[in-house]
Design a protein around this ligand. Structure first.
Ligand code: GDP
Ligand code: MG
Length: 704
């Protein structure tokens, strides 16, 4: 399961507490002191924010008489909340069966939570929600619940309500068992919270909330399909009939019904508490065990048979398959591929197929992941999250499917977000240049949303990524983890050029190349690509030329197309078709070194001329922006957005005295906007921006 929410909702603190109450760690660390298990990078400890997804696992045994009444292994993924790291979260979603969605009891549902929640719905990931920070001043469970139902999902219901709020928070009422838990009565040592009778002053509220739960559950099972699912469940259909008709049976029957509704994605139960409370974390793990699906019950992703294109779904008993959802760099093992096993079993020594790359690889080491520690496990099965050390074998990139070579399949690959901001790093010495290059390559490998370009003359490296924070964090890791010293440029917008037309060109090259005559003629066409990303080179189907000559033409053409003809920004989304090749005085079915050199140069000349003839336009990233602002400062926030050339698309007032302003603005207008907004709203606004699309830069922008 993944722990998902907006930044600062308490994901890392809660992960820490869950690991502690399960006995996985001896004492819970503290975000504010930089001592948590999952925020182990220096930058994370220093800044108190999570920048990468971290995995850990714990074992949990349910108290007697409970469903499903056995020992469970729970694989956890703590994710970053800041929008700059959203591509890391998107990748992690692919490994999940269940999600624990945190809502801050003070701030309510925030923008990132909304985006992530929708992604869970899309992927059929079962959900539990936890209203965290009930112990903070200003906490309100009612408001958080209203916000959840209104903004995220009407198919949700509380299964706990708080006993006291803010400074008076002392425990929760479990609506399923109709029992109270007093966390304040907990001693220093770690013990299960003890159930007690409802405090009389909360009885009326508890029964009312339980009635809402019953109503929501009845709504969820009104659906035939869900009813069927429940019929097959251990509790039997009469339970639900009884429950809905008010002849409800005991808590176990209610749990069974709830479990079926959660697994089928028809209901999201809400719990509440505090990441600082052991009792809270204990009840939360019980709920995870009670309601979230085991790998065998979770919705399985579709795969494709690459030979026939037919779609299929592999189950636990089928042949081995798994998806690499993330990679990381390890000082001893080099690249580690993080694999979610999706079916069957994998053991050390097995030979598996990287189905996308079409390469076989022998799995020599399989590790369990406990934050920054690896534990040799030897084998893995359906539901496990493990790291594979594959050496420099060139397989196992993010998005790769591994499977049994006898049963090749492909899971949907993982796509990467567009880079919108770039940052130049100037090494201080030659030695720093080498460290910088090595480090930047390692970071880009670990995080495919970072793109890299290098000026070989000066050693200057340009990183492009999803936002200022994303790149700042990358730069501080280069300095710290790789010991590179460099001067840092200012973050800049990652402009690109797109071809505006198509051109076909023939160029010949005929010159002396180091004492030998090099001669070649190349004809190629260049035009806008279908997908607006990178270059797409192909040779005409009827061209019978030696592969090494075609490869030489590709090198030449791609070098000429690396930057656009208008302003020298990187060119994106171009299609190159090599139409014909001639080596005057030689055959093109075999090749020589001199022939390849000449073809490469001729192709580069042809592509360069075609590029100028086709022409290009400069495009810039436009961001969608969301500002949450206290109503008193709505005018000031709106003026700040318009002042930056942004357009406002909607203004919504929320359940509290907070408005949500959404709109769009070119990224170039948004540098420093967070600071401006903070000052004009006296700190009463929250701001998030994410990439929307590339749009042509207007001449008035003055950058062309
Ligand atoms: P994340 O960004 O979602 O991982 O959130 P963190 O775990 O880093 O927590 C953000 C801040 O909220 C830290 O200062 C935590 O100490 C604090 N915090 C987290 N959970 C709670 C809680 O339940 N109660 C209170 N009072 N503070 C919390
Ligand atoms: Mg965190």
């Amino acid at each position: 399961m993944g722990i998902l929410a907006h930044i600062d909702a308490g994901k890392t603190s809660l992960t820490e507490r869950l690991l502690y109450v399960s006995g996985r760690i001896r004492s819970p660390g503290d975000i504010d002191e930089g001592t948590t298990l999952t925020d182990y990078l220096e930058v994370e400890r220093e800044r108190g924010i999570t920048v990468k997804a971290a995995a850990a696992n714990l074992d949990w045994a349910r108290p007697q008489g409970s469903l499903p009444g056995r020992r469970l292994r729970i694989n956890l993924i703590d994710t970053p909340g800041h929008v700059d790291f959203s591509s890391e979260v998107g990748r992690s979603l692919r490994a999940l069966d269940g999600a624990l969605v945190l809502i801050c009891a003070v701030a309510g549902v925030q923008s990132r939570t909304e985006v992530l929640y929708r992604a869970c719905l899309r992927r059929g990931i079962a959900r539990l929600a936890f209203v965290n920070k009930m112990d903070r001043r200003g906490a309100s469970f009612e408001r958080a619940l209203g916000d959840f139902l209104g903004h995220l999902d009407p198919k949700a219901a509380a299964i706990q309500i708080p006993w006291g709020e803010g400074e008076a928070f002392r425990g929760v009422i479990d609506l399923v068992e109709l029992r109270a838990y007093d966390f304040k009565a907990e001693g220093e040592e770690l013990r299960r919270p003890v159930a007690q009778a409802l405090p009389p002053e909360l009885e009326a509220r508890a029964y009312a909330a339980r009635a809402s739960l019953a109503e929501a559950l009845a709504g969820a099972i009104a659906d035939d399909e869900a009813a069927e699912l429940i019929d097959e469940g251990s509790a039997g259909s009469s339970v639900l009939g009884d429950f809905v008709a008010g002849r409800e049976s005991g808590p176990e029957a209610l749990k069974a019904a709830l479990r079926a509704a959660v697994i089928s994605g028809r209901l999201t139960p809400l719990l509440c508490g505090s990441a600082f409370s052991n009792g809270s974390a204990t009840l939360l793990l019980d709920a995870v065990a009670d309601y979230l699906p085991s790998p065998a019950e979770a919705r399985r992703p579709e795969a494709v048979d690459p030979a026939t294109g037919a779609s299929l779904v592999l189950g636990p008993g089928d042949s081995f398959s798994g998806l690499v959802f993330k990679t990381s760099g390890d000082p001893h093992f080099g690249r580690l591929s993080w694999l979610r096993v999706r079916s069957g079993r994998l053991a050390e020594g097995d030979r598996v197929l990287d189905a996308g790359a079409g390469k076989l690889v022998r799995i020599s080491r399989i590790f369990g992941i406990q934050a920054d520690r690896l534990e040799a496990v030897g084998s893995a099965e359906d539901g496990d999250i493990v790291a594979l050390a594959l050496g420099g074998s060139g397989v196992g990139a993010t998005g790769a499917t591994f499977c049994d070579p006898k049963r090749p399949i492909l899971y949907e690959s993982i796509s990467f977000e567009d880079a919108v901001v770039s940052l130049a790093l100037e090494p201080k010495s030659r030695e720093d240049g080498a460290k910088l290059r090595e480090g930047a390559a390692a970071l880009a490998d670990e995080d495919p949303s970072i793109r890299l370009s290098e000026d070989p003359q000066t050693g200057r490296i340009e990183l492009s990524g999803m936002g200022e924070l994303h790149l700042e964090v990358a730069a501080s890791r280069l300095a710290r983890d790789f010991g590179a010293r460099f001067r840092l440029g200012k973050p800049r917008v990652a402009y690109r050029e797109l071809l505006s037309g198509q051109a076909t060109v023939t160029e010949s090259f005929d010159r002396d190349l180091g004492g030998e005559r090099g001669r070649a003629t190349v004809r190629l066409s260049v035009g806008p690509g279908a997908g607006a990303r990178g270059l797409d080179f192909s040779a005409a189907a009827n061209l019978r030329a030696a592969p090494s000559l075609i490869e030489a033409a590709r090198r030449g053409a791609e070098a000429a197309l690396s930057v656009g003809p208008s302003s020298g920004f990187p060119l994106d989304g171009a299609k190159i078709l090599l139409e014909s090749l001639a080596l005057p005085g030689g055959s093109i079915s075999s090749s020589t070194k001199i022939g390849e050199r000449a073809v490469e140069i001729a192709a580069s000349l042809a592509a360069g001329r075609a590029l100028r003839e086709a022409g290009s336009r400069v495009v810039e990233p436009v961001m969608s922006i969301e500002v949450e602002v206290a109503e008193d400062f709505l005018g000031a926030a709106a003026a700040a957005i318009s002042g930056r050339g942004g357009r406002i698309e909607s203004i919504e007032s929320g359940p509290t005295a907070v408005s949500l302003v959404t709109g769009a603005a070119p990224l170039r207008c948004l540098f420093g906007f967070a600071g401006e907004l903070r000052s004009v709203t006296e700190g009463r606004a929250e701001y998030a921006a994410h990439f929307l699309r590339f749009e042509p830069v207007p001449a008035s922008a003055g950058i062309l």
